[in-house]
Design a protein around this ligand. Sequence first.
Ligand code: NAD
Length: 288
Amino acid sequence: MSTALEEHRLAIIGAGVMGTNISALALGHGVSVVLVDVDEIVLETARQAIRQKLRHAQLMGVLPADRPQGTLTTSVNLDDIAEATTVVEAVTEVDKVKQEVLSAASRVVTPGTTLISNTSCIPIDEMAEWIVRPEDLVGVHFMNPSYMIKMVEVIRGPRTDPAVLEQATELLTVLGREALVIEDSAGFVINRLLHPLINTAAMLVQEGVASVEVVDGLLEGCLGHSTGPLRTGDLIGLENLVDSLNVLYERRGDESCRPCDLLLEKVRDGHLGRKTGRGFYDYGKVAS
Ligand SMILES: NC(=O)c1ccc[n+]([C@@H]2O[C@H](COP(=O)([O-])OP(=O)(O)OC[C@H]3O[C@@H](n4cnc5c(N)ncnc54)[C@H](O)[C@@H]3O)[C@@H](O)[C@H]2O)c1
């Protein structure tokens, strides 16, 4: 059964790149959001980023004109997600962090609340093990920027309740997204293909085969990749990329997923991509 717009109460845990993206998407489609992170400084930065993303989305004409914006509430207290009808987990791509957050969140919400993980690579069924009701968890891989990219990869875990899957896809329809549903597997479809590609692109630069610009230029010009893999890495955030590659490498043992030295060096030096103003490219200033 479909839920009216005003009956959706979304909680998002993690106010980084994706938490702010998904918040902007939801608010711009009239859905109110409770956004939770670990401290007030992160939340202040997140509020600014969300305002900027909403302005960008409006300028690009990708928000419905006939709906008032949702209301944003921010909090450092996980108990504030208790009234949510759907919770989106968008915290750091590290098992231990996700386990703590998902386990705690599943104890706060009422049974039947849809729990979504925006994980890049961790299999949904591994995470289902950490929560009170494994059947309440579904994977929704929002893209970045979430308000610009319409297509969303939805991951049905082997234990995901069909009603939970339906609730999640219904929410995506309210948010103007198009869902394609796949079965559970480390990296799913998108990142099993994309992350080794970015890693290999970085290896080509590391080996001196081609410059950053030439690698991206070839992928754009010859294969129609819209931004090039290395610029995409900068958009994702290189530390998140390394975490996700580690998840893939640990589970698949595929050498193309072992983060290359150049990526590790950039993360060690704090050059994480757009979020720090420098990664493979120099952005001159911190870009959201
Ligand atoms: N960056 C991308 O382009 C992208 C795209 C799709 C999916 N993802 C996935 O989305 C998730 C978030 O990625 P991101 O790029 O936004 O990372 P990020 O590092 O920008 O943000 C993660 C946020 O989680 C917060 N956090 C950590 N522990 C927490 C806790 N215990 N409680 C509340 N908040 C906590 C951090 O403070 C941080 O603000 C990851 O699983 C990532 O793999 C990322």
